[in-house]
Design a protein around this ligand. Structure first.
Ligand SMILES: [Zn+2]
Length: 116
């Protein structure tokens, strides 16, 4: 007698994405917790310009918590949307140049509340 569901996905037990064993036989450690994905609208970013050595102006984004926001990823997003350089400084993001308006607009677009 042929098995009605032979060869269809229904025929196979669910398998683990990582070791490809049936879930019942899987010994993988629990998945690593996802990166922080706090609701941006519940966070307020402070954006200000600062003068660094040799009178160089930078734009500093502070007030965002690394436990709520994936700051390195946010920095990457800001750098690519502004087309400028930037670094992390503790829990602040330091963007090259005087870009308060553009940084504020970019953060607002991502859903953050922004305070000057
Ligand atoms: Zn597994």
């Amino acid at each position: 007698m042929t098995r009605l569901f032979s060869g269809t996905p229904w025929d196979r037990p669910p398998t683990c994405d990582r070791c490809a064993k049936p879930v019942a036989d899987c010994n993988c450690p629990p998945p690593t917790p996802p990166k922080p994905s706090g609701d941006p609208s519940k966070q307020t970013a402070r954006v200000r310009r600062e003068k660094r050595q040799k009178g160089k102006l930078v734009t500093v984004v502070s007030g965002l918590s690394g436990s709520q926001t994936d700051l390195p990823q946010l920095l990457t997003q800001l750098k690519s949307s502004l087309g400028t350089g930037g670094t992390m400084d503790d829990e602040s993001l330091v963007i090259q140049g005087d870009q308060v308006e553009r940084v504020s607009a970019a953060l607002a677009k991502l859903g953050y509340k922004v305070k000057g």
